[in-house]
Design a protein around this ligand. Structure first.
Ligand SMILES: O=C1O[C@H](COP(=O)(O)O)[C@@H](O)[C@H](O)[C@H]1O
Length: 263
């Protein structure tokens, strides 16, 4: 059977971020229920930036099996975990420290390797291998859900427009020393990881994202970092956007209404 084309993105827009936060929480609770029923655990990758605050709707949610969650970070700044630039710290302050996920199931970079980016990214990749290779030596890690942001310049994770890492097809975790957005040293998932997830959800809010969201949805041929997120079928891409960000977004997306996510 020929490979299935990726399904069109499912696009949810909301009048304000509080409704986006509630709907995102419902979506994640459903995704973790589905994953745990089918695979006994929930593997989730988190971004930094504006995403952590949008996860607050999960705090105190009923029916969540936190002890079965495994957390990775889609990208991380090469700084100590308590540094103000750390994506772990941002997620921990806003969300992780408020829910009972065992700390050993929150996979962070090895702070002893901050001076060696090659070793640092290799070690983080080994953490991925040890979690996912349990499953008959998977060729790629298959996350149940990857939550992504989108910068005003179109970057996602630490994959920036025009950067050579957009073409990385071998390493699962790569490093860069020339991030146009400070800090300059980062590690990041690559598309082989992102595009093997069961579900990927972008969370985008604010007027500053308007033009880029329009470009990503309406000019996919531009090859912007977010446009390159096309999980292999049956992987699904979801967009959670507030109306401020969605103002210029395309009308030809699968769903363009504020709704409680049932997916
Ligand atoms: O630097 C980063 O930026 C992106 C986007 O951040 P946002 O604040 O525009 O949502 C973020 O997803 C990534 O994790 C972070 O390292």
């Amino acid at each position: 059977m020929p490979p299935q084309p990726p399904a069109p993105p499912v696009f949810y827009s909301f009048p304000d971020t509080s409704k986006l936060v509630d709907s995102l929480a419902n979506f994640v609770v459903k995704a973790q229920k589905d994953a745990i029923e089918k695979r006994g655990k929930f593997t989730l990758a988190l971004s930094g930036g504006s995403l952590p605050n949008n996860l607050k709707g999960l705090i105190g949610q009923e029916g969540v099996q936190w002890d079965k969650w495994e957390i990775f970070f889609c990208d991380e700044r090469v700084v100590p975990l308590d540094h103000e630039d750390s994506n772990f710290r941002a997620c921990n302050d806003a969300f992780l420290s408020h829910v009972p996920i065992p700390r050993e199931q929150i996979h962070t970079i090895d702070e002893s390797l901050l001076d060696d980016l090659d070793e640092l990214s290799d070690e983080y990749e080994k953490q991925l291998i040890s979690l996912f290779a349990e499953k008959n030596a998977a060729r790629f890690p298959v996350f149940d859900l990857i939550l992504l942001g989108m910068g005003p310049d179109g970057h996602t994770c630490s994959l920036f427009p025009g950067h050579e890492l957009l073409l990385e097809t071998d390493r699962w975790v790569a490093y860069l020393e020339d991030s146009p957005k400070p800090p300059s040293k980062r590690i990041t998932f690559t598309y082989p990881v992102i595009n093997h997830a069961y579900r990927v959800a972008f969370v985008v809010a604010g007027e500053s994202k308007q033009d880029m969201l329009h470009a990503v949805l309406d000019q996919p041929e531009e090859g912007l970092p977010c446009s390159r997120v096309r999980p292999a079928a049956p992987g699904l891409v979801f967009w959670f956007a507030d109306d401020a960000a969605a103002k210029k977004a395309s009308t030809n997306v699968a769903c363009h209404i504020p709704c409680r996510c049932s997916n």
